[in-house]
Write a protein that binds this ligand. Structure first.
Ligand code: DC
Length: 208
């Protein structure tokens, strides 16, 4: 069983996907961490983010330890990830890893931008998780503040909008809802409510 969870940044897809995997006893892959790991390597090696060749090389040599780095959640890494994720060679080099992961038994939940459309178009269930832009910016702002970050809401809102625009308008595998995906708007819902609603859908599906 493969479950795809896609959507823009800070919509709650990571929380949902992780919760689903835990409740079902499935494997979980946050595919954004792969792009973040490549972005982080670019920054650590002093590469300019325009260097598509270097990014593709890092993507080709990625291993599971690089997606557990504590610095992956930083905002400059998120920005770098969004920048390098436009390069087709980077995406191509990360594709097989994601597809192999998706086949793990007894099942896998993958969250990202293009899981239902490109990585696993044959996923058993696809969800597209979204929320109003100001709600997503507020959540990201609260998260960064909670970590002691020195940020303003306006700066976070600008970042969220710039990243959405880049991720949704790139030529290769942009953020997109698959035709057969179920849309979940989390603007007015708590994380528990989202998880419960989606688990109901998964259990209905399992009954056939
Ligand atoms: O979900 P996230 O914020 O960790 O993702 C970081 C960046 O990685 C995001 O701005 C775009 C890119 N990304 C992607 O292009 N495709 C994916 N499947 C997941 C993330």
């Amino acid at each position: 069983m493969i479950i795809a969870v896609d959507g823009p940044s800070a919509a709650g897809k990571g929380t949902l996907a992780r919760g689903l995997a835990k409740a079902l006893g499935y494997h979980f892959l946050d595919t954004g961490s792969l792009y973040r790991a490549v972005g982080l390597m670019m920054l650590r090696h002093g590469k300019v983010l325009d260097d598509a060749g270097a990014a593709a090389q890092f993507a080709a040599t990625l291993d599971l330890t690089s997606i557990a780095d504590g610095d992956l959640r930083n905002e400059d890494v998120a920005h770098a990830a969004s920048r390098i994720s436009v390069y087709p060679a980077v995406r191509a080099n990360l594709l097989q890893f994601q597809r192999d992961f998706a086949r793990r038994k007894p099942g896998a939940v993958l969250d990202g931008r293009d899981i239902g459309t490109v990585v696993c178009p044959d996923a058993d269930l696809k969800f597209f998780v979204t929320a109003a832009t100001d709600v997503r910016a507020r959540r990201r702002f609260d998260e960064l503040k909670g970590q002691g970050g020195d940020v303003t809401y306006e700066a976070v809102l600008d970042d969220v909008m710039a990243r959405d625009e880049r991720d949704a308008s790139r030529a290769t595998a942009p953020t997109a809802m698959a035709d057969d995906a179920i849309m979940i708007d989390t603007s007015e819902l708590t994380a528990d409510e989202v998880l419960k609603a989606v688990l109901d859908v998964v259990r209905e599906h399992a009954k056939g």
